[in-house]
Design a protein around this ligand. Sequence first.
Ligand code: AMP
Length: 220
Amino acid sequence: MSQFNLVLLGPPGAGKGTQASRIVAEYAIPHISTGDILRGAVKNGTAMGLEAKKYMDAGDLVPDSVVIGIVKDRLQEPDTAKGFLMDGFPRTIPQAEALDAALDELDRAINKVVVILVDEEDLVKRLSGRRVCRTCQAPFHVMFNQPKVEGVCDKCGGELYQRDDDNETTVRNRLATYRKQTEPLIDYYDKAGVVARVDGAKAPDDVYEDIRMALGPAGA
Ligand code: AMP
């Protein structure tokens, strides 16, 4: 592929963040995570952040107009010219349509959608035990991926914390929201013939190998 205009799709907890860091490193494209951008806005106390926090804490989606605006602005940055990896966007059909329209104006199109599939009960276990580094966002897990020192990031020494929306009630709502609003996107992109499905129950290294096979060599 001459351009890597990629979308990473999958339920919360499927390992999108972990796989995203590897993909962007190998394919040299920017990582566009609407969740990270929104959490940044919440942390900085911007008007958009204050508005978004209500939805995020409940496990609901932030309104389409807000996230579509964020992504359109981001696509104006020159680092996206060779490609990008969308992580956590689009999450609704109107978002996918807005993304297609924005890319069309730039004479571009999504050329691969990687879908990571994981069983729902596994996702609840993964998410409710998840801890994330405040500084570098590296993910850990209280059972499955413990840091060497409790509460401290192995990679950068930052403080590990539990996201406000990783409690079980919110997690169940996020999964229901995914099923209802985001899963239909698999069909949407299937129609365009760009979907690659990978089994997210495998170990992270094996999941990544499957993703590489689907994407083909970097720079080809
Ligand atoms: P994430 O880090 O991708 O799990 O996103 C965390 C939360 O941010 C979600 O539960 C939503 O409330 C909000 N969010 C992130 N991306 C989107 C999006 N594309 N559309 C609507 N809400 C989003």
